[in-house]
Ligand binder design. Structure first.
Ligand code: AMP
Length: 212
């Protein structure tokens, strides 16, 4: 299965990507996680991306496409993949098509801005492995520690309230038009965000039933 997860920042794409990766035994490619690792390691891509990320804007399309081409060429992508947070612009979607990157479905998780703002304030992220938790909805087993690797959890700099507002604006302006882009290609499916992670997983399973 080649799946794109669409949705505002904080819609639960990362959480659901992780669940469906395990279920389908395919990797998730999260450009956000790849970029955060690059920033942390101080690589040339990281140095280029840092300021865009901290302001709530988008990293330039050519940087993202460079990352994608390299990552999708890895052998673990041969049997399918879940794209979390990419494409983020029509330019990226067109570049992916031009490069022959195929997808079966773009699944949009629909959530109101109000819910996003409330939710992002409780998000905690593992700086070591990228896993995501929430103080109320998905707390780690040990407070403040990552379930997967035990590292101390942090609040992402770009989850600060003013940056969240900027990221939502960026989403509506630059990423939401992708819904039409994939609808025109007959690839768009949508689900409404549900009160719990499990319920959202259930509606996604129903929406993707013929592909799972
Ligand atoms: P995310 O973890 O997906 O919310 O990404 C965090 C930040 O990384 C975003 O706010 C952007 O600045 C940057 N980023 C991640 N993926 C992309 C992408 N496909 N295109 C442009 N910027 C991206």
């Amino acid at each position: 299965m080649k799946l794109i997860l669409l949705g505002a920042p904080g819609a639960g794409k990362g959480t659901q990507a992780e669940i469906f990766s395990k279920l389908c035994n395919i990797p998730t490619i999260s450009t956000g996680n790849i970029l955060r690792a690059a920033v942390k390691a101080g690589t040339p891509i990281g140095l280029q991306a840092k300021a865009y990320m901290e302001s709530g804007g988008l990293v330039p399309d050519d940087v993202i496409m460079g990352i994608m081409k390299e990552r999708l060429a890895e052998p673990d992508c041969a049997g399918g993949y879940i794209l979390d947070g990419v494409p983020r612009t029509i330019g990226q979607a067109e570049a992916m098509e031009a490069f022959g990157i195929e997808i079966d479905c773009a699944l949009s998780i629909e959530v109101s801005d109000e819910t996003i703002i409330r939710r992002m304030s409780g998000r905690r992220t593992c700086p070591a492995c990228g896993a995501s938790f929430h103080v109320e909805n998905a707390p780690p087993k040990v407070e403040g520690k990552c379930d997967s690797c035990g590292a101390d959890l942090v609040i992402r700099a770009d989850d600060a309230p003013e940056t969240v507002k900027a990221r939502l604006e960026t989403y509506h302006e630059q990423t939401e038009p992708l819904k039409d882009f994939y609808a025109q290609r007959g690839k768009l499916r949508s689900v409404d965000n549900q009160p719990t992670i499990d319920e959202t997983t259930a509606v996604i399973k129903t929406a993707l039933a013929d592909l799972l």
